[in-house]
Design a protein around this ligand. Sequence first.
Ligand SMILES: [Zn+2]
Length: 485
Amino acid sequence: MKKFGFMLLLLLFVLVVPEHGQAASIKNTIVLDGNDITSGQNVPVENVNSTVMVPLRMIAENLGYQVGWDQSSKTVSIEQQGRIIKLVVDQTAASVDDKTVILTTAPLLRNNTTLVPIRFIGEQFGLTVEWDNTKKIVNLITPQPPSDNSNPNDGTTGGGTTGGGTSVVVPETGSAENLTIVNGISFSENRFAIAMEGNAVPKVTVQKNPDRIVVDLPNATFSDMFGSGQELDPNLNGQMVVTDYPDVSKIRYSLYNTVPYTVRFVLDLNNPKNYNVSVTGDSTKLVVIDLNAASPEDTTTQPGSSGRKLIVLDAGHGAKDSGAVGVTGKYEKNFNLAIVMKAAELLKQEDKFDVVLTRSDDTFLELKERVAIANNLKADLFISVHANSSGSSSASGTETYYKREASKALAKVMHKYLVQATGLSDRGVRSGNFHVIRETKMPAVLLEVGYLSNKKDEALLFTEDLQNKVAASMVSGIKEYLGIQ
Ligand SMILES: [Zn+2]
């Protein structure tokens, strides 16, 4: 909690540094009935998104389960006592017998070794699985022969410390794709924080009699390890009692719904309380419900309303969507991200802005998700960064797009500085029917900085100098438009 609170302070209104290396190389130990089955073995046990992953062959060799592998479909099957689990590499949807379940972390391939989530598999076969988070030890305990225990697979997970949230059954209509995973929560300095991975946009509402703030995360569930940090019963309910802050008595949480998946948090208040909501980061996000907000009558305040302006910067494309590919093969998505990261850094130094990035690493987002981030946060401005491409290799220059009339003034100001920064030919401020600038509700523009299909433009766009200039021009444009010195 303390540590998380400190991290929270660091991250509050500051962009999360892209968290690569989620597969941290922490040394994990796996103990089966008291014997360390990882000792002396050079096995790549990994901790991925707080899920301990072990090589498939360890399951076969050390647990004696029957293991199969289908190369073409990348499907692992694990069989024991008539029960069969099927897992597919890179997919979070798995099956136990004929029931679909969600894994919080998909099986993965690492140097020709298939890594699978040990806790999930162990629990499916009735092992008691305990996780010692401080020592990084997974304890597997084989059930006793059924002489005095007629139901060894009764779903308990040992001492109640590990919770029951290993997996959840997916209803027929449920989707295993793009689930947001809630890793942990904290309450400190009158701020409730939710650490999560995914793109769920929190829906926050106030309810009365008794006073409470309800935070719903759509398309979300708890991670395996949520239960190791917080109380979480097998039905995925729990609560955190708050003693140090007079405004809040406790925070309840649950997997509130499974059609669609919804994680709900309820802050039980001792008195009506104003709040701000902020979301920072990208693949690893921090949602903060800040109860330190000023005016008690305004309960719908959003970040930016305290005199600070909230700018959403949108790096176009990402991951599987590379955007335009330059003449020498450079990807537009990387250019867009570099510009946005630099601009965010500069805006942060101004101390007058809250900045939210739709992505801060190589992640794929739907256009509507980008829009939802800005609209839900009631951002003051939305700026999407792109680079252009044309069938004609001679096309070159800088364009700025708007769609709604309300965005035209912003487009003009942004373009003025952008053209100065690139020094490329001025192709003008244009109206363009792009989703992200059409569906957003605040002034929104889309910058086409230059043409990657043009050899000269492409070379220029990937220079550090040009990128710094473009980022600085965005800050100049934002400040002029908002009338900030
Ligand atoms: Zn683009």
